[in-house]
Design a protein around this ligand. Structure first.
Ligand code: ADP
Ligand code: MG
Length: 335
């Protein structure tokens, strides 16, 4: 070990000691060899997804606590499995760290990661570790997550039909509200601290996704990672349909008076705010009665319906207007 940090094997050890990583079940061989080995159970399929979590792009190392970076990094990736209806099983972590992040910061990040892994039922099966340098600086976490699902049951974005009802889980805009506090530099104010929790530790709708998939209740499904306006456009495009959303039905976050004065508005947070990781799903008319008002503590809200055509129409105060995708897009010039 150098003065400033730890060597690669010590880093892997530190991660392995904290994060669930014992082989067993479908995982024949985990960390320690050249590759992990998985034996799928008969009748199952595997959903695979990867998600990068990069300093300066997805988080700020001074504003985001290390625990939250580990937790949220894994949650973001796992959310996509829930959106297919899969049960999260294993993940790989490719990590690049500057030397000064390989001690206390690494341990804190890893404890957040371990908490997420336990909560979502994930075992760490392997990964890769590299050192960041001046020419490739910053913290980078890349998660590859695998989930299991009964053959043929994965729910895609492409199955919505005109007449289907559109639902969302949870509240919309809560994570973005926390981010806005950080961007405005008021995230250290004591009174706003609770508003940061949904941004740092998003709740996932994994069980809901599995339940909808197992019962074939959702005709199309995806998670809301980039904001409703952006993600609903994606679902409509994949299903070759249009949609209508009723603004007064949106389950928006409550914005305290003191923040409304700063221009933070529940409606636009609900429409365009990213990173809530709730589920957006469509349900055919005969199945609507089977959707409860809440599932596992998450509120389920009907927000509109699928129509023939394309795009998203927003109905507000009796006026219908096209709703442009205004959520998060890495490659769109900033608004
Ligand atoms: P190789 O040099 O053959 O690619 P490594 O030395 O990178 O192997 O990795 C050794 C073992 O440690 C492998 O099983 C690998 O999956 C695991 N590993 C490496 N980095 C990580 C990490 N960040 N998290 C979890 N497992 C890791
Ligand atoms: Mg090798």
């Amino acid at each position: 070990m150098s003065k400033a940090g730890h060597g690669e094997d010590e880093i892997i050890d530190r991660i392995q000691r904290r994060v669930p990583s014992s082989p067993g079940g479908a995982l024949r061989l985990g960390i320690g060899d050249d590759a992990a080995v998985i034996r799928p159970r008969p009748g199952t399929e595997w959903a695979l997804t990867s998600d990068q979590f990069l300093e300066g792009v997805h988080f700020l190392a001074d504003a985001h606590p290390a625990e939250a970076i580990g937790y949220k990094g894994l949650a973001r990736a796992t959310s996509d499995l829930g959106a297919m209806g899969a049960k999260p099983r294993f993940f790989l972590l490719s990590l690049s760290l500057p030397v000064e992040r390989t001690s206390a910061w690494l341990d804190r990040m890893t404890s957040g990661l371990a908490r997420a892994a336990r909560r979502f039922g994930l075992t760490l099966a392997g990964g890769d570790t590299a050192r960041s340098t001046a020419r490739h600086p910053g913290i980078s976490l890349d998660f590859m997550v695998m989930g299991e699902i009964a053959a043929g049951r994965a729910v895609t974005r492409g199955g919505a039909k005109p007449g289907d009802a559109i639902f969302v889980s949870g509240r919309l805009g809560a994570s973005q509200l926390g981010l806005e506090l950080i961007l405005r530099g008021i995230d250290r104010h004591r009174q706003w601290q609770p508003l940061l929790v949904p941004h740092f530790y998003p709740k996932l709708a994994i069980e809901l996704g599995r339940w909808l998939a197992q019962r074939r209740l959702a005709s199309a499904m995806m998670d809301i990672s980039d904001g409703l306006s952006t993600d609903l456009h994606r679902l409509c495009r994949a299903s070759h349909v249009g949609s209508r959303v009723h603004q007064h039905q949106l389950p928006g976050v409550t914005v305290p008076e003191g923040l409304r004065k700063l221009g933070l508005d529940a409606q636009s947070l609900a429409l365009h705010g990213g990173e809530d990781y709730g589920l957006l799903f469509t349900v055919s008319k005969p199945n609507v009665a089977s959707i409860p008002r809440a599932f596992g503590g998450l509120r389920l809200t009907r927000i509109g319906e699928i129509v023939p055509g394309s795009g998203v129409t927003l109905l507000a105060d009796g006026v219908a207007a096209p709703l442009a995708p205004q959520g998060w897009d890495h490659f769109r010039p900033s608004r």
